[in-house]
Design a protein around this ligand. Structure first.
Ligand code: NAI
Length: 362
């Protein structure tokens, strides 16, 4: 069996605890990984003057695959999220977020199996923003008025929403290619083109054009984002693969996580043409860090996505089945899940007890 090299960023808060679980479970499943462990975040600021030193970027570039624990973004520290920096640096244009019901987690629905593709590089997240009262804001307000684009109040801050053909096409293609490769039957493109005729209209028309290349192979539908949210909470089984611009993807993917038991269950990946970075959706949970009580499920399931990416599908399937078996048995549950299932976290399992239960079920 070959050994894979993977860059591991443990992160901070609960990051070191849940990435330890991840490594233990993958090792127990028999996959050999040479972990190149590098640190990023506030803890390395003093030493390197940046939360994301060059040697971390080099380590990711050389392994081409990385998995992260969450990293705290200190408020008012002047450093932007290292996740955003990684997405930009490596052009990780796909944010892939599956949401699948696991019995025994107290999730609202037991029949959700959605894979959401969120465009990761543009839209209102592009960071083209001007502050209220700035010269740039005044210029934009004057410009809009002089081009008959409407009146913007003088005390406004403004964000621009760029949506390009290039970025829309590659994310929609990624969703269709995933559907084909994984035996999925339908792709749904989500938009608000009835109101944003140019930006969302462009996304919608690009999706319709790309869908023609997969006609007869994968069903295609389009939905408006507000109706999508209502549809998801009333009948999530109606959705399969979904693709959407950045902002809607951020919100709708959290909604999907809520349908299947919350952020503690939600794995994710940021994928570009060359490099992929896997990570749980949740943050560093400073309120429970260092206590050994975090739920490692989302990180372990992110590890399963990593294994799929490395071609270790059999091991990934075994680990997912082991996680499901632990929840189905209902005896070893971390506090977050136990509270949902039984109303109280009393007698909950520790991160390590849960991890060992998963290993025993492999
Ligand atoms: P959070 O996701 O860290 O925590 C929200 C709530 O969920 C907390 O009560 C926490 O205890 C709980 N929680 C989260 N993950 C859990 C787990 N695995 N097991 C049990 N309970 C869990 O979100 P919050 O508090 O908004 O952010 C904390 C820090 O994390 C911030 O600095 C934020 O910037 C950072 N963050 C980092 C991310 C990343 O590196 N990928 C993603 C999101 C936030």
């Amino acid at each position: 069996m070959s050994t894979h090299t993977v860059c591991l960023i443990p992160g901070d808060g609960i990051g070191p605890e849940i990435t330890t679980s991840l490594r233990e479970v993958i090792a127990a499943a028999g996959v050999q990984i040479d972990w190149n462990v590098v640190e990023a975040g506030a803890g390395v600021m003093d030493e390197y003057g940046t939360p994301l030193p060059d040697h971390v970027l080099d380590a990711i570039a050389s392994a081409k695959v990385a998995i992260k624990g969450p990293v705290t973004t200190p408020v008012g520290s002047g450093f932007r999220s290292i996740n955003v920096a990684l997405r930009k640096h490596f052009d990780l244009y796909t944010n892939l977020r599956p949401a699948r019901s696991i019995a025994g987690t107290g999730a609202r629905y037991d029949d959700v199996d959605i894979v959401l593709f969120r465009e990761n590089t543009e839209d209102l997240y592009a960071g083209v923003e001007v502050e209220e009262g700035s010269a740039e804001a005044a210029e934009l307000i004057d410009w809009a008025a002089s081009h008959d684009l409407g009146t913007i109040r003088p005390d406004s801050a403004i964000s621009l929403k760029p949506i390009s053909v290039t970025a829309s096409e590659r994310i929609v293609r990624a969703a269709f290619d995933y559907a084909v490769a994984n035996g999925r039957h339908k792709v749904c493109a989500v938009h608000k083109a009835n109101i944003m005729k140019y930006t969302d209209g462009l996304f919608l028309h690009t999706a319709e054009r790309v869908a023609q290349d997969y006609a007869g192979q994968i069903e295609f539908e389009t939905r408006i984002v507000d109706a999508t949210c209502m549809g998801l909470v009333t009948d999530p089984s109606d959705f399969d693969v979904m693709v959407m611009p950045n902002l809607y993807g951020d919100i709708v993917s959290d909604l999907c996580a809520g349908l299947v038991g919350g952020l503690g269950m939600a794995p994710g990946a940021n994928i570009g043409d060359e490099i992929a970075v896997f990570e749980a959706v949740h943050g560093s949970a400073p309120d429970i860090a260092g206590q050994g009580i975090a739920n490692p499920t989302a990180e372990i399931l992110s590890g399963c996505m990593l294994l799929d990416h490395l071609g270790e599908r059999e091991a990934a399937t075994r680990i997912r089945a082991a996680v499901e078996a632990v929840f189905a048995a209902g005896k070893v549950l971390t506090g977050d899940v136990k509270k949902i299932v039984s109303g109280s976290a009393d007698g909950a399992a520790s991160t390590q007890e849960f991890t060992q239960a998963v290993i025993a079920a492999l």
